[in-house]
Ligand binder design. Structure first.
Ligand code: NAP
Length: 450
Protein backbone atom coordinates (compact mmCIF):
# COMPACT_ATOMS: atom_id res chain seq x y z
CA UNK A 1 0.00 0.00 0.00
CA UNK A 2 1.24 3.52 -0.81
CA UNK A 3 1.99 5.91 2.01
CA UNK A 4 -1.14 7.57 3.39
CA UNK A 5 -0.61 11.30 3.81
CA UNK A 6 -2.23 12.74 6.91
CA UNK A 7 -2.51 16.31 8.19
CA UNK A 8 -3.43 16.96 11.82
CA UNK A 9 -4.50 20.48 12.73
CA UNK A 10 -3.75 21.03 16.42
CA UNK A 11 -1.13 19.41 18.66
CA UNK A 12 -2.95 19.22 21.98
CA UNK A 13 -3.87 16.08 23.92
CA UNK A 14 -6.62 14.96 21.51
CA UNK A 15 -4.23 15.32 18.55
CA UNK A 16 -1.58 13.30 20.41
CA UNK A 17 -4.12 10.55 21.10
CA UNK A 18 -5.03 10.58 17.38
CA UNK A 19 -1.34 10.12 16.52
CA UNK A 20 -1.15 7.26 19.02
CA UNK A 21 -4.22 5.53 17.55
CA UNK A 22 -2.93 6.10 13.99
CA UNK A 23 0.46 4.61 14.88
CA UNK A 24 -1.25 1.52 16.27
CA UNK A 25 -2.98 0.84 12.91
CA UNK A 26 0.41 -0.21 11.43
CA UNK A 27 -0.61 1.51 8.18
CA UNK A 28 2.13 3.23 6.15
CA UNK A 29 1.66 6.84 7.20
CA UNK A 30 3.30 10.20 6.79
CA UNK A 31 1.87 12.73 9.23
CA UNK A 32 2.20 16.51 9.20
CA UNK A 33 1.00 18.23 12.37
CA UNK A 34 0.48 22.00 12.65
CA UNK A 35 -0.31 24.14 15.67
CA UNK A 36 -0.68 27.87 16.16
CA UNK A 37 1.55 27.69 19.25
CA UNK A 38 5.30 27.30 18.71
CA UNK A 39 5.31 24.15 20.86
CA UNK A 40 3.18 20.98 20.91
CA UNK A 41 0.71 19.80 23.62
CA UNK A 42 -1.84 22.65 23.42
CA UNK A 43 -3.93 22.99 26.54
CA UNK A 44 -1.50 20.86 28.54
CA UNK A 45 0.97 23.71 28.21
CA UNK A 46 -1.35 26.71 27.93
CA UNK A 47 -4.39 25.69 30.00
CA UNK A 48 -3.64 23.14 32.73
CA UNK A 49 -2.87 24.94 35.98
CA UNK A 50 0.89 25.20 36.58
CA UNK A 51 0.63 23.59 40.01
CA UNK A 52 -1.06 20.49 38.54
CA UNK A 53 2.30 18.92 37.96
CA UNK A 54 1.06 15.36 37.68
CA UNK A 55 -1.20 16.33 34.77
CA UNK A 56 1.50 18.55 33.23
CA UNK A 57 3.89 15.59 33.28
CA UNK A 58 1.72 13.92 30.64
CA UNK A 59 3.94 15.87 28.21
CA UNK A 60 6.50 13.07 28.63
CA UNK A 61 3.88 10.50 27.61
CA UNK A 62 2.69 12.59 24.65
CA UNK A 63 6.31 13.32 23.73
CA UNK A 64 6.99 9.59 23.40
CA UNK A 65 3.96 9.21 21.14
CA UNK A 66 5.16 12.00 18.84
CA UNK A 67 8.78 10.73 19.00
CA UNK A 68 7.81 7.31 17.71
CA UNK A 69 5.37 8.36 14.98
CA UNK A 70 6.25 9.11 11.33
CA UNK A 71 5.50 12.75 12.05
CA UNK A 72 6.71 16.24 11.24
CA UNK A 73 5.61 19.02 13.59
CA UNK A 74 5.18 22.62 12.44
CA UNK A 75 4.61 25.02 15.34
CA UNK A 76 3.58 28.69 14.99
CA UNK A 77 1.27 27.87 12.07
CA UNK A 78 -2.39 28.88 12.09
CA UNK A 79 -4.85 27.00 9.95
CA UNK A 80 -6.90 29.37 7.83
CA UNK A 81 -4.26 32.08 7.56
CA UNK A 82 -0.70 30.67 7.37
CA UNK A 83 -1.99 27.48 5.74
CA UNK A 84 -5.45 27.42 4.17
CA UNK A 85 -7.92 24.70 3.25
CA UNK A 86 -7.14 25.42 -0.41
CA UNK A 87 -3.46 24.69 0.23
CA UNK A 88 -4.10 21.27 1.74
CA UNK A 89 -7.43 19.93 0.50
CA UNK A 90 -5.94 17.94 -2.39
CA UNK A 91 -2.55 17.35 -0.79
CA UNK A 92 -3.48 14.82 1.93
CA UNK A 93 -5.60 11.67 2.04
CA UNK A 94 -6.93 12.56 5.48
CA UNK A 95 -7.17 15.78 7.49
CA UNK A 96 -7.93 15.65 11.22
CA UNK A 97 -9.13 18.76 13.06
CA UNK A 98 -8.17 18.67 16.74
CA UNK A 99 -8.47 22.39 17.37
CA UNK A 100 -10.11 22.33 20.79
CA UNK A 101 -11.83 25.53 21.85
CA UNK A 102 -10.85 29.08 20.99
CA UNK A 103 -12.79 31.34 23.30
CA UNK A 104 -14.84 31.79 26.45
CA UNK A 105 -18.56 31.40 26.90
CA UNK A 106 -19.10 35.04 27.76
CA UNK A 107 -21.59 36.12 30.43
CA UNK A 108 -24.20 38.41 28.86
CA UNK A 109 -24.00 41.97 30.14
CA UNK A 110 -20.33 41.83 31.18
CA UNK A 111 -18.05 44.39 29.54
CA UNK A 112 -14.92 42.43 28.63
CA UNK A 113 -13.23 45.55 27.26
CA UNK A 114 -12.58 46.65 30.86
CA UNK A 115 -9.11 45.79 32.10
CA UNK A 116 -10.35 44.26 35.36
CA UNK A 117 -12.91 42.01 33.65
CA UNK A 118 -11.73 38.83 31.96
CA UNK A 119 -12.80 35.47 30.68
CA UNK A 120 -11.11 32.46 32.27
CA UNK A 121 -9.15 31.75 29.10
CA UNK A 122 -7.41 35.14 29.33
CA UNK A 123 -6.41 34.42 32.92
CA UNK A 124 -5.42 30.79 32.46
CA UNK A 125 -3.26 31.55 29.42
CA UNK A 126 -1.70 34.46 31.28
CA UNK A 127 -0.63 32.43 34.30
CA UNK A 128 0.72 29.80 31.91
CA UNK A 129 2.91 32.43 30.26
CA UNK A 130 0.89 33.02 27.09
CA UNK A 131 -1.24 35.92 25.88
CA UNK A 132 -4.72 35.01 24.74
CA UNK A 133 -6.09 36.24 21.42
CA UNK A 134 -8.65 38.69 22.72
CA UNK A 135 -7.50 39.91 26.04
CA UNK A 136 -7.93 43.41 27.43
CA UNK A 137 -7.30 41.85 30.81
CA UNK A 138 -4.59 43.54 32.83
CA UNK A 139 -3.45 41.30 35.71
CA UNK A 140 -2.16 44.42 37.47
CA UNK A 141 -5.78 45.45 37.95
CA UNK A 142 -6.85 42.24 39.71
CA UNK A 143 -6.74 43.86 43.14
CA UNK A 144 -7.19 42.03 46.42
CA UNK A 145 -10.85 41.02 46.10
CA UNK A 146 -11.57 38.91 43.03
CA UNK A 147 -14.94 37.58 41.87
CA UNK A 148 -15.27 34.47 39.71
CA UNK A 149 -18.52 33.52 38.00
CA UNK A 150 -18.92 29.75 37.56
CA UNK A 151 -17.97 26.72 39.61
CA UNK A 152 -16.33 24.34 37.18
CA UNK A 153 -12.78 23.05 37.55
CA UNK A 154 -11.32 26.06 35.73
CA UNK A 155 -12.91 28.43 38.27
CA UNK A 156 -11.35 26.34 41.05
CA UNK A 157 -7.96 26.38 39.28
CA UNK A 158 -8.04 30.18 39.12
CA UNK A 159 -9.15 30.53 42.74
CA UNK A 160 -6.40 28.15 43.91
CA UNK A 161 -3.66 29.89 41.93
CA UNK A 162 -4.77 33.28 43.29
CA UNK A 163 -4.94 32.07 46.89
CA UNK A 164 -1.87 29.85 47.00
CA UNK A 165 1.30 31.10 48.66
CA UNK A 166 3.76 32.60 46.12
CA UNK A 167 6.52 30.40 47.55
CA UNK A 168 4.53 27.33 46.51
CA UNK A 169 3.83 28.75 43.05
CA UNK A 170 7.53 29.51 42.59
CA UNK A 171 8.37 25.78 42.47
CA UNK A 172 5.99 25.24 39.54
CA UNK A 173 6.51 26.18 35.91
CA UNK A 174 4.49 29.39 36.41
CA UNK A 175 6.52 32.35 35.10
CA UNK A 176 8.06 34.38 37.93
CA UNK A 177 6.64 37.58 36.39
CA UNK A 178 3.10 36.23 36.95
CA UNK A 179 3.90 35.15 40.51
CA UNK A 180 5.28 38.64 41.20
CA UNK A 181 2.08 40.24 39.93
CA UNK A 182 -0.12 37.95 42.03
CA UNK A 183 2.06 38.73 45.05
CA UNK A 184 1.75 42.48 44.41
CA UNK A 185 -2.04 42.24 44.23
CA UNK A 186 -2.20 40.88 47.83
CA UNK A 187 -5.25 38.82 46.92
CA UNK A 188 -7.01 38.20 50.23
CA UNK A 189 -10.53 37.31 49.06
CA UNK A 190 -11.86 35.26 46.17
CA UNK A 191 -15.61 34.97 45.63
CA UNK A 192 -17.00 32.09 43.60
CA UNK A 193 -20.53 32.66 42.30
CA UNK A 194 -22.42 29.52 41.23
CA UNK A 195 -25.81 30.09 39.63
CA UNK A 196 -27.11 26.73 40.86
CA UNK A 197 -26.68 24.84 44.14
CA UNK A 198 -23.99 22.62 45.66
CA UNK A 199 -25.50 19.47 44.12
CA UNK A 200 -25.10 21.02 40.66
CA UNK A 201 -21.56 22.37 41.07
CA UNK A 202 -19.73 21.30 37.89
CA UNK A 203 -16.37 20.82 39.58
CA UNK A 204 -14.99 17.41 40.57
CA UNK A 205 -14.40 16.35 44.21
CA UNK A 206 -10.63 15.98 43.91
CA UNK A 207 -10.25 19.55 42.68
CA UNK A 208 -12.78 20.90 45.21
CA UNK A 209 -11.00 19.21 48.12
CA UNK A 210 -7.62 20.42 46.83
CA UNK A 211 -8.83 24.04 46.96
CA UNK A 212 -10.68 23.85 50.26
CA UNK A 213 -7.81 22.05 51.95
CA UNK A 214 -5.30 24.83 51.24
CA UNK A 215 -4.04 25.50 54.73
CA UNK A 216 -3.75 29.25 54.17
CA UNK A 217 -7.41 29.90 53.45
CA UNK A 218 -10.69 30.05 55.26
CA UNK A 219 -13.76 29.01 53.30
CA UNK A 220 -16.90 30.99 53.96
CA UNK A 221 -20.32 29.88 52.87
CA UNK A 222 -23.83 30.28 54.16
CA UNK A 223 -24.74 26.91 55.81
CA UNK A 224 -28.32 27.27 54.58
CA UNK A 225 -27.04 27.36 51.00
CA UNK A 226 -25.94 23.74 51.22
CA UNK A 227 -29.25 22.41 52.43
CA UNK A 228 -30.51 20.03 49.77
CA UNK A 229 -34.04 19.97 48.37
CA UNK A 230 -35.82 16.67 47.70
CA UNK A 231 -34.79 16.87 44.05
CA UNK A 232 -31.19 17.64 45.05
CA UNK A 233 -31.30 14.57 47.32
CA UNK A 234 -32.12 12.38 44.29
CA UNK A 235 -29.04 13.82 42.54
CA UNK A 236 -27.00 13.30 45.73
CA UNK A 237 -28.07 9.66 46.05
CA UNK A 238 -27.63 8.82 42.38
CA UNK A 239 -24.28 10.49 41.63
CA UNK A 240 -21.02 9.81 43.47
CA UNK A 241 -19.48 13.09 42.28
CA UNK A 242 -22.41 15.10 43.69
CA UNK A 243 -22.31 13.16 46.95
CA UNK A 244 -18.60 13.78 47.40
CA UNK A 245 -18.82 17.48 46.46
CA UNK A 246 -21.65 18.11 48.93
CA UNK A 247 -19.93 16.16 51.71
CA UNK A 248 -16.70 18.12 51.17
CA UNK A 249 -18.63 21.41 51.31
CA UNK A 250 -20.42 20.39 54.53
CA UNK A 251 -17.05 19.87 56.21
CA UNK A 252 -15.77 23.39 55.55
CA UNK A 253 -18.47 25.26 57.38
CA UNK A 254 -16.46 25.49 60.54
CA UNK A 255 -12.97 26.24 59.19
CA UNK A 256 -10.68 28.51 61.22
CA UNK A 257 -10.26 32.20 60.53
CA UNK A 258 -7.29 32.86 58.24
CA UNK A 259 -5.79 35.77 56.35
CA UNK A 260 -7.12 34.64 52.97
CA UNK A 261 -10.74 33.83 52.36
CA UNK A 262 -12.66 31.86 49.75
CA UNK A 263 -16.35 32.83 49.65
CA UNK A 264 -18.69 30.42 47.90
CA UNK A 265 -22.05 31.85 46.90
CA UNK A 266 -24.58 29.32 45.64
CA UNK A 267 -27.78 30.08 43.71
CA UNK A 268 -26.37 33.46 42.68
CA UNK A 269 -26.59 34.91 39.20
CA UNK A 270 -25.13 38.17 37.97
CA UNK A 271 -27.73 40.92 37.94
CA UNK A 272 -25.42 43.88 37.43
CA UNK A 273 -21.69 44.53 37.33
CA UNK A 274 -21.10 48.03 38.72
CA UNK A 275 -18.61 50.12 36.80
CA UNK A 276 -16.90 53.21 38.08
CA UNK A 277 -14.01 55.05 36.42
CA UNK A 278 -13.69 52.38 33.72
CA UNK A 279 -13.46 49.47 36.12
CA UNK A 280 -15.82 47.02 37.79
CA UNK A 281 -16.00 47.72 41.52
CA UNK A 282 -18.70 45.30 42.58
CA UNK A 283 -21.61 43.15 41.55
CA UNK A 284 -25.25 42.81 42.42
CA UNK A 285 -26.13 39.14 42.44
CA UNK A 286 -29.72 37.90 42.14
CA UNK A 287 -30.64 34.84 44.17
CA UNK A 288 -32.02 31.98 42.09
CA UNK A 289 -34.32 29.08 42.78
CA UNK A 290 -34.11 25.75 41.04
CA UNK A 291 -36.82 23.74 39.39
CA UNK A 292 -37.05 20.75 37.09
CA UNK A 293 -36.32 17.06 37.16
CA UNK A 294 -33.27 15.64 38.95
CA UNK A 295 -30.03 16.27 37.00
CA UNK A 296 -31.83 18.85 34.85
CA UNK A 297 -32.66 21.56 37.33
CA UNK A 298 -32.56 25.08 35.93
CA UNK A 299 -32.58 28.51 37.54
CA UNK A 300 -35.26 31.13 37.92
CA UNK A 301 -34.29 34.56 39.24
CA UNK A 302 -35.96 35.75 42.43
CA UNK A 303 -36.46 39.35 43.63
CA UNK A 304 -33.84 38.82 46.32
CA UNK A 305 -30.42 40.26 45.57
CA UNK A 306 -27.22 41.25 47.36
CA UNK A 307 -24.19 43.40 46.65
CA UNK A 308 -20.54 42.34 46.82
CA UNK A 309 -17.72 44.88 46.40
CA UNK A 310 -14.97 43.51 44.14
CA UNK A 311 -11.71 44.71 42.62
CA UNK A 312 -12.00 42.50 39.52
CA UNK A 313 -14.36 40.02 37.92
CA UNK A 314 -13.60 36.86 35.94
CA UNK A 315 -16.14 34.70 34.16
CA UNK A 316 -15.24 31.03 34.18
CA UNK A 317 -18.29 29.73 32.42
CA UNK A 318 -16.85 27.23 29.97
CA UNK A 319 -15.16 27.49 26.61
CA UNK A 320 -16.39 27.25 23.04
CA UNK A 321 -14.92 26.09 19.77
CA UNK A 322 -14.53 28.29 16.71
CA UNK A 323 -15.49 27.61 13.11
CA UNK A 324 -12.65 26.68 10.77
CA UNK A 325 -12.67 28.31 7.34
CA UNK A 326 -14.37 26.02 4.82
CA UNK A 327 -15.59 23.48 7.42
CA UNK A 328 -19.30 23.25 8.29
CA UNK A 329 -19.80 24.22 11.94
CA UNK A 330 -22.71 23.98 14.37
CA UNK A 331 -23.05 27.50 15.79
CA UNK A 332 -25.24 26.24 18.67
CA UNK A 333 -22.98 23.48 19.99
CA UNK A 334 -19.77 25.18 18.74
CA UNK A 335 -18.64 21.79 17.42
CA UNK A 336 -18.04 20.28 13.99
CA UNK A 337 -20.94 17.96 13.08
CA UNK A 338 -19.60 14.43 12.64
CA UNK A 339 -20.46 10.76 12.71
CA UNK A 340 -18.07 8.77 14.90
CA UNK A 341 -15.41 11.41 14.20
CA UNK A 342 -15.88 11.59 10.43
CA UNK A 343 -17.01 15.09 9.50
CA UNK A 344 -20.60 14.94 8.25
CA UNK A 345 -20.34 17.54 5.48
CA UNK A 346 -17.14 16.77 3.62
CA UNK A 347 -15.61 19.66 1.65
CA UNK A 348 -15.25 18.75 -2.05
CA UNK A 349 -11.63 17.64 -2.36
CA UNK A 350 -9.33 14.64 -2.43
CA UNK A 351 -8.96 14.59 1.36
CA UNK A 352 -11.38 12.95 3.78
CA UNK A 353 -12.00 14.97 6.94
CA UNK A 354 -12.20 13.92 10.62
CA UNK A 355 -12.31 15.61 14.01
CA UNK A 356 -11.38 14.74 17.58
CA UNK A 357 -11.28 16.33 21.03
CA UNK A 358 -13.29 19.34 22.20
CA UNK A 359 -14.07 20.52 18.64
CA UNK A 360 -15.78 17.13 18.23
CA UNK A 361 -17.62 16.76 21.55
CA UNK A 362 -17.47 20.14 23.31
CA UNK A 363 -15.40 21.20 26.32
CA UNK A 364 -16.15 18.34 28.70
CA UNK A 365 -14.14 15.70 30.42
CA UNK A 366 -10.55 15.35 31.51
CA UNK A 367 -7.50 14.89 29.28
CA UNK A 368 -7.84 11.09 29.30
CA UNK A 369 -11.41 11.39 27.94
CA UNK A 370 -9.80 12.27 24.59
CA UNK A 371 -8.25 8.82 24.25
CA UNK A 372 -11.41 6.84 23.48
CA UNK A 373 -12.74 9.73 21.36
CA UNK A 374 -9.55 9.72 19.27
CA UNK A 375 -9.73 5.94 18.88
CA UNK A 376 -13.32 6.22 17.59
CA UNK A 377 -12.22 8.85 15.05
CA UNK A 378 -9.25 6.77 13.89
CA UNK A 379 -11.52 3.70 13.55
CA UNK A 380 -13.64 5.77 11.14
CA UNK A 381 -10.46 6.70 9.26
CA UNK A 382 -9.41 3.03 9.04
CA UNK A 383 -12.82 2.14 7.61
CA UNK A 384 -12.18 4.67 4.80
CA UNK A 385 -8.58 3.73 4.02
CA UNK A 386 -9.47 1.43 1.09
CA UNK A 387 -11.04 4.40 -0.73
CA UNK A 388 -7.88 6.52 -0.47
CA UNK A 389 -6.04 4.70 -3.28
CA UNK A 390 -8.51 6.09 -5.83
CA UNK A 391 -7.66 9.69 -4.82
CA UNK A 392 -4.86 11.37 -6.73
CA UNK A 393 -3.06 13.92 -4.60
CA UNK A 394 -1.35 17.07 -5.75
CA UNK A 395 2.34 17.35 -4.95
CA UNK A 396 2.74 19.45 -1.81
CA UNK A 397 5.59 20.07 0.60
CA UNK A 398 4.46 21.89 3.73
CA UNK A 399 7.96 22.92 4.81
CA UNK A 400 8.74 24.29 1.33
CA UNK A 401 5.42 26.17 1.16
CA UNK A 402 6.02 27.82 4.55
CA UNK A 403 9.58 28.76 3.58
CA UNK A 404 8.35 30.26 0.28
CA UNK A 405 5.92 32.34 2.31
CA UNK A 406 8.72 33.40 4.66
CA UNK A 407 6.73 32.02 7.54
CA UNK A 408 8.78 30.99 10.54
CA UNK A 409 7.81 27.61 11.96
CA UNK A 410 9.27 25.47 14.72
CA UNK A 411 9.99 21.80 14.16
CA UNK A 412 9.82 18.93 16.61
CA UNK A 413 13.62 19.07 16.97
CA UNK A 414 13.25 22.77 17.86
CA UNK A 415 10.77 21.75 20.55
CA UNK A 416 13.19 19.14 21.93
CA UNK A 417 15.90 21.79 22.18
CA UNK A 418 13.51 24.10 24.01
CA UNK A 419 12.28 21.32 26.24
CA UNK A 420 15.82 20.40 27.34
CA UNK A 421 16.62 24.07 27.93
CA UNK A 422 13.41 24.71 29.90
CA UNK A 423 14.03 21.72 32.16
CA UNK A 424 17.71 22.43 32.80
CA UNK A 425 17.07 26.17 33.42
CA UNK A 426 14.20 25.15 35.69
CA UNK A 427 16.52 22.95 37.74
CA UNK A 428 18.91 25.88 38.19
CA UNK A 429 16.03 28.04 39.42
CA UNK A 430 14.51 25.31 41.59
CA UNK A 431 11.44 25.26 39.35
CA UNK A 432 9.78 22.37 37.51
CA UNK A 433 10.41 24.14 34.21
CA UNK A 434 11.52 27.58 33.08
CA UNK A 435 9.00 28.19 30.32
CA UNK A 436 9.77 29.92 27.02
CA UNK A 437 6.68 31.43 25.49
CA UNK A 438 7.87 34.54 23.63
CA UNK A 439 9.15 34.08 20.07
CA UNK A 440 12.23 36.21 20.82
CA UNK A 441 13.17 33.93 23.77
CA UNK A 442 12.55 30.81 21.68
CA UNK A 443 14.76 32.18 18.87
CA UNK A 444 17.51 33.01 21.35
CA UNK A 445 17.32 29.54 22.90
CA UNK A 446 17.49 27.85 19.49
CA UNK A 447 20.43 30.00 18.38
CA UNK A 448 22.44 29.29 21.50
CA UNK A 449 21.52 25.64 22.05
CA UNK A 450 21.09 24.03 18.61
P1 NAP B 1 -17.56 23.73 33.12
O1 NAP B 1 -17.12 22.53 33.85
O2 NAP B 1 -18.56 23.55 32.03
O3 NAP B 1 -18.13 24.78 34.20
C1 NAP B 1 -18.73 25.97 33.79
C2 NAP B 1 -19.38 26.67 34.98
O4 NAP B 1 -19.91 27.91 34.51
C3 NAP B 1 -20.55 25.93 35.59
O5 NAP B 1 -20.56 26.16 36.96
C4 NAP B 1 -21.78 26.58 34.90
O6 NAP B 1 -22.95 26.54 35.67
C5 NAP B 1 -21.29 28.01 34.85
N1 NAP B 1 -21.96 28.83 33.83
C6 NAP B 1 -22.05 28.60 32.50
N2 NAP B 1 -22.68 29.64 31.90
C7 NAP B 1 -22.99 30.52 32.88
C8 NAP B 1 -23.63 31.79 32.90
N3 NAP B 1 -24.08 32.36 31.78
N4 NAP B 1 -23.76 32.43 34.08
C9 NAP B 1 -23.30 31.88 35.22
N5 NAP B 1 -22.68 30.69 35.28
C10 NAP B 1 -22.54 30.01 34.11
O7 NAP B 1 -16.34 24.50 32.42
P2 NAP B 1 -14.81 24.69 32.86
O8 NAP B 1 -14.67 24.93 34.30
O9 NAP B 1 -14.30 25.72 31.91
O10 NAP B 1 -14.13 23.30 32.50
C11 NAP B 1 -14.10 22.79 31.15
C12 NAP B 1 -13.69 21.30 31.18
O11 NAP B 1 -12.31 21.19 31.55
C13 NAP B 1 -14.48 20.49 32.19
O12 NAP B 1 -14.73 19.23 31.65
C14 NAP B 1 -13.52 20.39 33.37
O13 NAP B 1 -13.76 19.30 34.21
C15 NAP B 1 -12.19 20.28 32.64
N6 NAP B 1 -11.09 20.68 33.55
C16 NAP B 1 -10.53 19.70 34.31
C17 NAP B 1 -9.55 20.03 35.22
C18 NAP B 1 -8.96 18.95 36.08
O14 NAP B 1 -9.23 17.79 35.87
N7 NAP B 1 -8.16 19.27 37.06
C19 NAP B 1 -9.13 21.35 35.36
C20 NAP B 1 -9.70 22.33 34.56
C21 NAP B 1 -10.70 21.97 33.65
P3 NAP B 1 -24.15 25.54 35.30
O15 NAP B 1 -23.71 24.20 35.81
O16 NAP B 1 -25.30 26.11 36.00
O17 NAP B 1 -24.29 25.54 33.80
Amino acid sequence: MDTIKVLIVGAGPSACYVVDALAKTDLPLSIDMIDRYPQPFGLLRTGVAPDHERIKSLDTYFGKILDQAPLKFYGNISFGSDITLDDVKDAYHAIFFCTGTESDNDVPGLDYSLSNVAGSRDVVEWYNGYTSQRTHFDPLSLGNNVGIIGMGNVALDIARIFLKEPVDLAKTEMPQSCIDIITQQHISDVHIFARRGPAQAKCTPLELAELLELDTIQTLLDPSSITLSDTDMVEYNETKRVQKNVDILKEVISTKSRSKRLHIHFCSQLKEAHVNDGAVNGVTMAKTILSGDPHQQQTTLTDESYHVPLTSLISSTGYKGAALPGIVFNEKTHCIPHEAGKITTQPKSSATYYCAGWIKRGPQGVIGTNKSGAKETVDSFVADVASFSSKSLQPFDLAKTLKQRNHTYYSYDDWKTQNDFEISEGEKKNKKRFKLTKITDIEHCLKTNS
